[in-house]
Design a protein around this ligand. Structure first.
Ligand SMILES: [Fe+2]
Ligand SMILES: [Fe+2]
Length: 301
């Protein structure tokens, strides 16, 4: 899979310019050639080794159905962070682009991956609206096996999360950098508040193929196609152990609420599920279908 890294800082234009000039479906139709229909699988936050096990178990059979697989890997390393080694493991399984979120820097090994192996690491995104100067980028532009251009944009919300740059204006800024041939654009909006996530869906409606929420680890039953053709789901859910509290063992989490004492959190083990969504886009990048995915893991509780 070939592609270029789009460094959000290097490509920044006027950050206050929020015009929608060249980034809606109609404008992008003037690109050099038309894309074919694309089928995209988006896998929600992969939580620890149980989450990686769900991907290993299910993805080989799913892979032939899709042109592109995107997965959020912010919790892949024991529930907290991601390493280059684990990113490579996900790439080997067929994941094309890895997105992340607020846990992206939990493991220091990821910064070394960006430094030492910049080409594969370009396919590991961190939220684009993080402060300037950090490793990595929040936008990746690539091509599918059949040569169709696509882009993946990773943004993080600001409600009940650290104060960072405006994700809405950052989306405007980066979408303007995409070439006309790039019709299919998928956004991972990593955010806590359902209102902020739905706001992003409506804000980008007609300008991207899909806005898919991550971070809460709880799938929402609101998948739909918005009026101008953008597929949306508030949160696609976690891929990992559901017999716990957002991925962790109840016996580790409950003391935090009962005594306010913070102890080590370990991944739960049972009721493994791969959760996500699948999208289909037409030749203009408009979503024609979105389906929720929840694949249970036989024998896992
Ligand atoms: Fe997460
Ligand atoms: Fe998160």
């Amino acid at each position: 899979m070939a592609g270029n890294q789009y460094d959000c800082n290097r490509n920044a234009r006027n950050p206050h310019d929020i015009r929608r000039m060249s980034s809606d479906f109609r404008a992008r139709r003037s690109g050099v050639r038309y894309n074919q229909r694309l089928r995209v699988l988006f896998i929600g936050d992969i939580f620890g080794s149980p989450g990686r096990e769900t991907v290993r178990r299910h993805l080989p059979a799913l892979l032939p159905r899709y042109d592109l697989v995107i997965a959020n890997g912010e919790n892949a390393a024991g529930g907290f962070g991601l390493t280059g080694e684990l990113a490579e493991e996900l790439f080997e399984l067929g994941v094309g682009v890895i997105t992340t979120g607020n846990h992206v820097w939990d493991r220091k090994e990821l910064a070394a991956y960006y430094r030492d192996l910049p080409e594969p690491a370009a396919r590991v995104l961190r939220p684009a609206n993080f402060p300037p100067g950090l490793p990595g980028a929040g936008l990746y532009q690539g091509r599918t096996r059949t040569g169709e251009a696509y882009a993946v944009l990773n943004l993080q919300g600001r409600v009940f999360l650290p104060a960072i740059d405006c994700p809405f204006r950052k989306a405007d800024e980066l979408l303007q950098t995409l070439p006309g041939e790039c019709h299919t654009v998928v956004v991972d909006f990593h955010a806590e508040a359902t209102s902020e996530k739905q706001a992003m869906g409506w804000y980008l409606d007609g300008r991207v193929s899909g806005v898919l929420g991550t971070h809460t680890h709880v799938p929402t039953a609101d998948e739909r196609i918005l009026p101008k053709g953008t597929a949306f789901q508030t949160d696609v859910g976690m891929s990992g152990p559901y017999a716990g509290i957002i991925g962790c063992r109840p016996e580790d989490v409950l003391p935090r609420f009962l005594t306010a004492r913070v102890g080590r959190l370990n991944p739960a083990r049972d009721d493994l599920r791969l959760c996500g969504a699948e999208l289909e886009t037409d030749a203009n990048g408009r979503a024609t279908a979105i389906r929720r995915i929840e694949l249970k893991h036989p024998g896992s509780g």
